[in-house]
Each structure stands twice: as C-alpha cells, then as structure tokens.
Design a protein around this ligand. Structure first.
Ligand code: SF4
Length: 759
C-alpha cells in the first residue's frame, strides 16, 4: 500500500518530505522511520510507489492511499516521524527481474539509420577529440572510429563556427560513403543546437546547462513561483529544438551529468541521483507535451556507485510513469587505462546485468578508437547475460538497497582464546584483496613478499597500505620443505591469512592456516578431523538449495568465498551472490564474503578486467561483499593484484592510490590531455584519499569534476586554472608551471606526502 500527498505541491511536501512530482519518496526519506529492520530500511528507505484508491485526511494534509500495483514487490512497514499508524510501502521496481537478466523492454529510437532499443543490439559509440572546426581531421577521425566498429559518433559543437563545420563534416562523410549517424554535443547553446539539427542525426542536450546559466554552486532559495518560472523558461528555450527534431526526424539524448546540475535542481535535490532524474524529466516532459518520443536518457557520473543509483532511479520512475525510453549508459570522466575500463565495467556492467541499457560509451582519456574495444567487450557481456537470461531460481529480495548505498560489513575476524597467531589482519575493514599463490612462488620468498606489496625490512615482510591481506595456496609445500614453510610462517606472523584446502591441510598440515572447505565437506563432517580451533573459510556457490546452506548456521566461519565456475552459462554469479546475501541476512549471519573468480586459462586481460568489474563490482556497488580474490592462470601476479585494488577503489571501498577524474577530451580540449594526465599521474599517484580532476576545458570541466578535491582545468589555450573543490583558486597559470602549481596547492592544503623512497 502506498501514499500520495494530495496537497498538490508539485515539488515538495514538507510533511512527509515526499517527492510529489514523481509519485515516489526518495531514498533519504527523512520523514519516516523504519520499524522493521528485517526489511532493510533501517536508516534509509528505498523507494515506494503510489497509486490511488481512497483519501485519508490528516490534520495537516490529505493522503491518497492506494493499492499496490507493483505485484510481488517487497513491503516495508514505516512509521511517520510525527504520529499515526504504520505505513506499508512496497519497494519500487527498477528492472524487469531481480533473479535473472531480462532486458528491459524499450521503444525503438532511430538515430539516422541506426535503431536503439530493446529490439536491437546494444549500440556502441564514442566521441571525437579533434577540433570540430578542423573538418579534415574530424572527418578522418570519424572514419577511423566507424572502421573500428562504432555504431554512432558524437562531436562537440560549441558555437556557430563549429555548427557551420558540421555541415561540411556531414557532407564530406556522405561523399566518402560513411553514413554513421552523428550526434552533436551541445552545452549552453540552444541556437547552435537548432542549426546543427539540420545536418546531424541526433542532438545531445545537457539538462543542467541547456537553458540554464552555469550553476553557481550556491545554495539558493526558490519559491514555487520562481521554480515554475524557470520551468517555463526551459520550455520556451527547449521547445523549438524539439519541434525541429520532429520536423527533421532527429533523435535526442537527454543526458544528465552528476556535477552539472542547475542551481534550481541542486537547491531542491542536492547534487544527487534524484536531482539528476528530475533534471532529465523536466526536459522529457516538454518532449512528451509536444508528442516527441525519439529520445533516450543518460545519467552519467564519474562515481560508478552514484551512476548506478541514478540509472536505477530513472528506470524506477519510468516504470511508474509507464515510459519506455531507451538508456545510453556511461561512466563519465572515467580516466585512462585499466582504471577507466574498470570504472566503466563496474557501472555499465552492473546495469547491463540488470537488463538495463541500449547503447553504451566507455569514456576514456585515450584516443576515441581505443574506446571501441572495451565497449564491445561490455556489450558482449550484456548480450550474453540477456540472451541466456542468466540468473537463479526466483528468490525474495528484501535487504538490498537499490537506490542508496548501504554497506553490509561482514564481521571481521576477532581474536579468540587459544589463537596462536593474530588473525585480525587477515581481512581489511575497507575491503580485502586475496591472491592465489603457487608452490613455485614460495621458492623465492623475497620476490613473493614484493609481489604481495609487502614492505621489506632486512628481508622480512611487513604489511603496508596496499599489501595483500590473505593468500590462497594452490598447494601446501611438503612438510620437510623448511624454507617454503618459513616463508609462509613469516606471512602468518604479520597477520596475513594463509588459506589451504582441506585435503592439503589434512595431508600436509600447516600450523595456523585457515582451511578452505566446501558445503559438502562441512555436511559430511570431514572438517572435524582438523583441530577444533582451526579457522574455516567456506566456498559457496550461492545457488545451492537452502537446506544445504543451513549448515552455515552451526559453523563459525572466518570468511565465505563466493564463487561459481566461469563455465556456467545459465547461472549468473551476480544473482547467485545476491541470493546468498539474502540468505545470510535472513539468518543474521554476518560472515565476511569474498568474491572469488577463477578465470579460464588464456582469457584476454581486458575481458578479465571487464568481467571482474561487472560481476564483483555489481555486488560491491550495492555494499555486498568484503573483498576480492581473482585467480587467472597465466596472468601476471602484479596485474591481478592491481586489478583487485582497482576494483575496490572503483567501488569506493578502499583507496590505495590517488583517485583521478579525467575527461576523455573532445573538440573543446585546450591541451594534450593524455600527455598532461600522464605527467600529473607520475608525480601524484602516491596520495591515497586525494582525488584530482584533470579537465580539458572550463565549459564543462568545473561542473563535471564531481567531488574531486583538486582540479586542473584548461582555462584558455596554454593556460590552466586550478581548483580546490569547486572553487577556482588560481587562474591563467602557464601550462609549463601548472603541474608544479598543482602540487604546491595540494601541499598548501595539507594533503601532500612525499612519495615513498625507493628500496
Ligand atoms: S570537460 Fe573535457 S570532454 Fe568535457 S567538454 Fe571540456 S574538454 Fe570536452
């Protein structure tokens, strides 16, 4: 059952703090508090849905109580903060199925000759980085991108000169027989959009700046009248473009970015996923009023957690409204190299496995052609998941928060009576990295310690910020291999967990090892052959019958390793894990859970990153999981370790290096972004907890730096502006001095530490 405020306050209801515009209440629903912790709404509430049945009068306000039209949804019992009886609120649907990947049904949007929507393959796209006025260079780059396999290309169009160039670009491409649809990227320039709609197939508008001035990041008070006036202004500015797109058969993307929301939206919703959705809806309502439906939505953010929540919220709202517009997915300003691929895999991969997304862009600070390969890999992952409808048998999901981040923290190991060593460090509170170690590696202990990123002091290992927390041994060394056993003892002595399989431990016991058992070994009692104080890690698939999981209630488990064979085609690792977490929550079992992925030999490195990000990342962005263990024969140990730490950092769990937000560059970029970005990284990559934005221009840069601590932004050709947060503190610094000035700024703000001395 659900409630809708009948005060007709379109924007805000102060009584229940409900969002009346959308018929839902927001995740940070402050007016109600949960009565039922079992439903998972303790501090923050997911979303409820409204539909009418009868009116209820309260002293301050009327409510319309409605029947739940969201069949089969979970129900939370909430209490008004003031007084009155409990309210039953169903959680709102954000995807077609919670137990398998079912692609959300979306309408077909035509972008020139390319169809976007659920009846069509996932489309992949990128953006040019050339100066749009340089017609020859832009045409050449578009051709290169098309030859790499992109379906759609976007080009920035800043002003009239660029719009003029667009006609030449289009003509030139047509003459060369390249009919790839072109998208104009528009910010702050409605008149430019109107012109370019005559030659390009699609217009991307940013609702944060199409009709509004640049956000001032000031807390403004808006009366309802002010708000309404601004909406009327949007309609006046935007409607001509909609009409033109209708007339010319053009498509549109209503592309909201976290960080470039208008003051109006921020004053009401903050810089939040909800604000992003409302910002897009303001524009969508204009389109719909004009009976124009050839558009898609995007909700990009550089933080994959925010991005995932924003898209889910958008889709949840669309379900309420009965809308079926397709989604363009992307993590913006993701950066470069593996960092950028990992962040994109986490954000895009999570949504694809929930059946969301119709076209994708992997935004990298690299040449645009380089984006096509990871895009294709992600699209393949999404296609496979949807084709096989990968999942598990239906289960009830009551605890996961879809729209706000709530971390389920597993109970970290505590010291027990009889323990001979300290187990408290075998997992890390911000997320653990476990690595699989072979017998061979034990032959060269110092090399092994270095590979585990331990510090070495006179040959002895010590744990550091980014040291691996525990290792899984593929085999135990023979009992008479004194050197190998000493190497392991030294790791155990620094509270690194050393995990051995049961059969190994029974035949070649290693003192104080953590022993890995499966559910069968638990149920047969085989593990009882171990000394009673032995710490256990338990491997679980997540799709077992509940009776098989029952045994977990009777065992003291140090950690669970969740894993499914990579070869499973129809069973989804993601849904199996969600099912497992539900089971654990239902039975108040707070064992830490490590995502354990065993890749087949010969797997491509980029597929590995994308699979790990999309699978483990999809759980970690929901706060589900306490660490990662990637096993991949034939892959470099350092690569696997770095990938694991990148995954944790990408999910905003454990920071072991500087966080970078860097734009992919486009025709507006005022310096060589890749080169400068590499130089800045080289000097600043040792600052965990510090985030630095490197942005190509001041048009979008400052707005899209999101929550970076420091910003390095192209202010004019050859000149850099430096920011602390969203405030510009130094303008017009000559490029050659700008990196040093940035470092000085970090020092002045007390965030600098000297890089560790080389050993
Ligand atoms: S911030 Fe970067 S990608 Fe965005 S408009 Fe400016 S230069 Fe282009």
């Amino acid at each position: 059952m659900n409630f809708q405020c009948a005060c007709q306050n379109y924007f805000r209801c102060s009584y229940f703090n409900l969002d009346m515009a959308t018929g839902t209440f927001p995740a940070s629903f402050s007016g109600l508090k949960s009565r039922d912790y079992q439903l998972g709404f303790a501090a923050n509430v997911d979303i409820g849905k409204f539909s009418y049945t009868r009116r209820v009068i309260s002293p301050r306000m009327k409510f319309v109580v409605i029947k739940n039209s969201n069949q089969g949804s979970d129900i939370a019992e909430l209490q008004p903060a003031s007084s009155g009886g409990p309210l039953l609120v169903p959680r709102q649907k954000y995807c077609d199925s919670l137990n398998k990947t079912v692609r959300r049904k979306t309408r077909t949007v035509m972008v020139g000759n390319v169809a976007i929507g659920s009846d069509h393959p996932l489309r992949i796209q990128t953006m040019t980085t050339t100066d749009t006025k340089d017609v020859a260079a832009t045409v050449a780059q578009v051709m290169g991108i098309a030859d790499s396999g992109a379906d759609i290309v976007r080009i920035t169009v800043q002003g009239k000169k660029e719009a003029d160039a667009c006609f030449e670009i289009k003509n030139s491409l047509v003459q060369k027989n390249y009919n790839i649809p072109l998208v104009a990227d528009i910010h702050f320039a409605p008149s430019v959009a109107l012109r370019v709609a005559e030659c390009f197939e699609k217009i991307r508008v940013n609702p944060g700046n199409f009709a509004d001035r640049r956000a001032q990041f000031e807390k403004l008070e808006y009366t309802e009248e002010d708000y309404q006036k601004e909406l009327e202004h949007i309609e006046a500015v935007f409607a001509p473009l909609v009409e033109k797109c209708k007339q010319y058969g053009r498509a549109m993307r209503i592309g909201t970015n976290h960080g470039s929301l208008s003051d109006r939206i921020m004053s009401y919703y903050g810089d939040s996923p909800r604000g992003m959705v409302e910002s897009a809806f303001e524009f969508a309502r204009v389109c719909r009023r004009l009976d124009y439906h050839n558009f898609v939505f995007s909700m990009k953010a550089s933080n994959p957690v925010v991005m995932v929540q924003a898209y889910r919220l958008l889709v949840a709202e669309m379900y309420v409204q009965g809308w079926d517009y397709p989604l363009h997915l992307g993590v913006t300003e993701a950066g470069e190299g593996e960092d950028g691929r990992m962040k994109s895999a986490i954000g895009i991969g999570t949504l694809l496995q929930d059946g969301l997304g119709d076209t994708i862009r992997v935004s990298l600070t690299e040449p645009p052609e380089e984006e096509i390969d990871p895009c294709r890999r992600l699209a393949n992952l999404g296609k496979r998941a949807a084709e096989f409808q990968q999942g598990v048998t239906p289960f009830e999901e009551k605890h996961r928060h879809y729209f706000d981040f709530q971390r389920r923290s597993g109970q970290l190991p505590i010291q027990k009576e009889g323990d001979e060593v300290d187990y408290r460090g075998v997992l890390h509170r911000d997320g653990s990295v476990l690595m699989s170690v072979s017998l061979d590696q034990l032959k060269t202990p110092e090399l092994l310690y270095k590979s585990l990123a331990a510090k070495l002091v006179v040959g002895m290992p010590f744990k550091d910020l980014a040291t691996v927390d525990s290792i899984l041994l593929t085999e135990l060394p023979p009992v008479d291999d004194i050197d190998a056993r000493l190497a392991l003892k030294r790791l155990i002595d620094i509270s690194m967990g050393v995990i051995a399989r049961l059969s190994e431990q029974l035949t070649k016991p290693l003192p104080n090892a953590i022993v890995l058992v499966n559910l069968k070994e638990l149920s047969t009692g085989a593990y009882k052959l171990l000394p009673e104080i032995t710490r256990l890690a338990v491997s679980v698939r997540g799709d077992e019958p509940y009776e098989e999981l029952e045994i977990l209630k009777d065992i003291d488990v140090t950690m669970i390793l969740h894993g499914l064979p990579y070869s499973e085609v129809k069973i989804s690792r993601l849904h199996a894990a969600r099912r497992l977490f539900e089971y654990l929550a239902d039975h108040a079992l707070n064992f830490p859970v490590i995502h354990h992925i065993q890749f087949p030999t010969g797997m491509h490195r980029d597929d590995l990153v994308i699979f790990a990000g999309a699978n483990a990342g999809a759980l970690l962005v929901d706060g589900l999981g306490d660490g990662i263990l990637l096993e991949a024969l034939g892959h470099d140990f350092d690569f696997l370790r770095n990938t694991s730490f990148n995954l944790l950092q990408g999910c905003r769990m454990r920071n072991t290096k500087t966080e970078y937000v860097s734009c992919p560059s486009c025709g507006r970029t005022l310096f060589d972004l890749q080169d400068i970005s590499a130089k800045i990284r080289e000097k600043t990559s040792h600052l965990p907890g510090v985030s630095i934005a490197i942005m190509g221009c001041i048009v979008n840069g400052p707005g899209e730096m999101a929550d970076a601590d420091f910003g390095y932004v192209g202010g004019a050709p050859g000149k850099i502006d430096l920011y602390v947060g969203k405030t510009v503190v130094k303008r017009g610094i000559a490029m050659e001095h700008a990196t040093d000035a940035l470092i000085q700024l970090i020092k002045d703000n007390g965030r600098w530490v000297d890089p560790p001395a080389e050993e």
